[in-house]
Write a protein that binds this ligand. Structure first.
Ligand code: SAH
Length: 477
């Protein structure tokens, strides 16, 4: 397990004074779980890098009774290589003065923000990069990470949960160390020692000045205290401002949120949840799902009493049969059965059955239509069916570069005729608004990447004029 800390503050060799470790020698320390070594891999006026290397002894751990688990797990595990709570112990025992912000020779520098970069060679991140970023980025770090494959010889086995992580920030060294002290075990989510009351005190001490304002403070607290509710409540009660009353509720809420992140809910489920939320928010009661496919959204709509009339339409008869089966239409109690209908039809044609709905959902459908069909569909939907609300989703093609399994330049589905960038989708939605008298809000769906955005995009249209602009009156469908 290797942690390096680099500074470009000049003279960079002052890092030695801040860490209380002489750049000229290697120093070794015996800790309960093995050996810690501190040495410098680069020593210069402009740049200086100190390394903390932990040599965890799994066999010694077992002998001393410090390891749990059964059988071989005690001996064969990731602890010697992965950053974990052992790193926190080493930070506090080997770099204790630096962690407390004390420096005999350079007291002012210890209280000063300087350019620092920490690199951890193998950091296990439960919840993946999303959780990793959500922990460090709110603290101001620029984070780069690289995920390791499970086994480089067998790429098909997929990715591991280990990352090489670099954190860069202009910050006090003691603050950087405190962040690592708390957040490394939180990411690992597997503490090696017994968690007792002392842990609450440690969390509060090292979290001082940053944890109470951290947007992920509940997750941090919960994981740090190993999911022990009474300890968590005690810590949160001391962290959370008094006006935040329902700590229990906050915990439950965040449990749910994390469960969601960690289950890696499929993108499609996220998309359907976003569409459902938008439909609910619109106040719609009568909803039509255009291109309903196998009826996944219909089934969510059916579970919600707000929706009194639910219609699914698709051009594929076979798909509708599958939808009917999935929805158990044959066996629904009469009151439920009356709420839902499936229609066989095409979105290319003006269809009286589509008139008069409060809202229409069009989920991952338009990218299946070629240009002339899309043009026909635009009028069928916005001009003739003309629901008050339209919730429409389509992929964001920019995000495709982040899917390793997708060959460069290809679409996500063989049947897609196009996939749009965010700008292209925004331009299309604007055009629809101008031509047909709607206004629109476009939202990302799924985890957002700073560069390429989210994997999917959703437009929520609201009709704001009863009559559409004149020019369309003379046109034929
Ligand atoms: N909305 C569903 C299915 C998306 S797949 C979901 O999100 O799960 C696209 C669907 O659009 C398919 O079921 C396909 O049959 C349907 N479709 C494609 N062209 C269509 C057309 N012209 N009219 C109606 N449905 C169409």
């Amino acid at each position: 397990m290797l942690l390096t800390i680099t500074t470009t503050h000049e003279p960079a060799t002052d890092l030695g004074y801040l860490l209380h470790k002489n750049p000229a020698r290697v120093q070794s320390f015996t800790l309960a779980f093995g050996e810690a070594h501190v040495f410098y891999s680069e020593v210069g006026e402009e740049k200086c890098t100190a390394a903390l290397l932990l040599d965890v002894d799994p066999v010694g751990l077992v002998r001393r009774g410090g390891a749990s688990g059964f059988g071989l797990e005690q001996y064969v595990n990731d602890r010697p290589y992965a950053a974990s709570s052992f790193l926190s112990v080493a930070i506090s025992q080997v770099l204790g003065s630096a962690l407390q912000g004390r420096s005999k020779e350079r007291p002012e520098l210890a209280g000063q923000a300087i350019p620092l970069e920490a690199r951890i060679s193998a950091l296990p991140c439960r919840g993946g990069e999303e959780v990793l970023r959500s922990l460090f980025e709110p603290l101001g770090y620029t984070l780069t990470s690289r995920r390791y494959p499970l086994d480089a010889t067998f790429p098909s086995w997929g990715a591991s949960s280990y990352y090489t992580v670099t954190l860069a920030h202009r910050i006090r060294l003691s603050a950087l160390l405190a962040h690592l002290y708390v957040l490394v075990p939180v990411l690992d989510d597997d503490k090696h020692y017994y968690v007792g009351d002392g842990e609450v005190e440690k969390l509060l001490r090292h979290g001082e000045g940053w944890l109470s304002a951290h947007p992920m403070r509940e997750l941090i607290t919960r994981r740090y205290l190993r999911h022990q509710r009474s300890l968590m409540r005690s810590a949160l009660a001391q962290l959370v401002e008094p006006e935040t009353p329902q700590i229990e509720e906050v915990i439950l809420q965040h449990n749910l949120e994390e469960a969601k992140v960690e289950e890696k809910i499929s993108l499609h489920q996220q998309r359907l949840a976003a569409v459902l939320a938008a439909l609910k928010e619109s106040g719609a009661r009568r909803v039509v799902d255009l291109g309903c496919g196998e009826g996944r959204l219909l089934s969510l709509l059916l579970q919600d009493g707000q929706f009194t009339e639910i219609v699914g339409m698709d051009v594929s008869y076979r798909t509708l049969e599958i939808a009917a089966e999935r929805l158990n239409l044959e066996y629904l109690p009469p009151l439920q059965r009356e709420r839902i209908r499936l229609l066989h039809g095409s979105l290319m044609y003006r269809d009286a059955r589509l008139h008069g709905f409060d809202a229409a959902a069009v989920v991952e459908v338009i990218e299946h239509l070629d240009t002339p069909r899309l043009a026909a569909f635009e009028r069928v939907l916005f001009e003739f069916a003309r629901p008050q609300t339209i919730v429409l989703t389509t992929p964001n093609v920019e995000y495709n570069v982040l899917w390793e399994s997708l060959p460069a330049g290809s679409f996500r589905h063989r049947d897609h005729r196009f996939e749009w960038t965010r700008a292209e989708f925004a331009a299309w939605t604007q055009e629809m608004c101008e031509r047909f008298g709607y206004q629109v809000q476009v939202l990302p769906v799924g985890p957002e990447d700073a560069r390429v955005g989210a994997p999917s995009q959703m437009a929520i249209f609201e009709a704001h004029v009863k009559e559409i602009p004149r020019e369309h009156d003379s046109q034929e469908s």
